[in-house]
Design a binder for this molecule. Sequence first.
Ligand code: S3P
Length: 172
Amino acid sequence: MNIFLVGMMGTGKSSVGKLLARDLLIDFIDTDNEIESKTGMSIEKIFEERGESYFRMLEKELVQKILLRNKVAVVSSGGGLCIQPGMMKLLKKQGWVVCLWASPECIFARIQHDSTRPLLRVPNPLAEIKEIIQSRKNTYRDADYIIETDNQSPNEISSQIKEEYLKQFGKS
Ligand code: S3P
């Protein structure tokens, strides 16, 4: 059973995914990293030179590729991936979808010194984070399992997800 980690930027999907995959002894895929290595361009550059819709198309193509693999993986997805039409439904059909949740303030504190997120390069990033959460929250909250991350370390979050995964799916 593939595990898809979804949720806002700055909720720790990449760090948690890596730990979880290591712990469960299964492959790890980070969609942003895959796209960067496939295109040889950074996410910022893709947005800048080809636009967001091109990036969204690359994300969709990558999901199709992941679903064709014959090995399971922990997949850490970019924050907007599951928001694309029909995507959440598809991910839920093909795997177990875990949403990492965090408050806007916590996300802001985590990402304020990181300039790699094109969507947050605006005069008031905190307000932008609130707005994006508002527009995406119904989809994020439709995940199979939601975990609050504000006061937890990546290790604690990963253990909690692992425990729930084993409870629901055993060692399959
Ligand atoms: C995005 C999130 C980013 C990256 C891109 C767009 C989004 O990934 O895919 O900047 O739309 O929320 P992270 O969630 O890993 O920051």
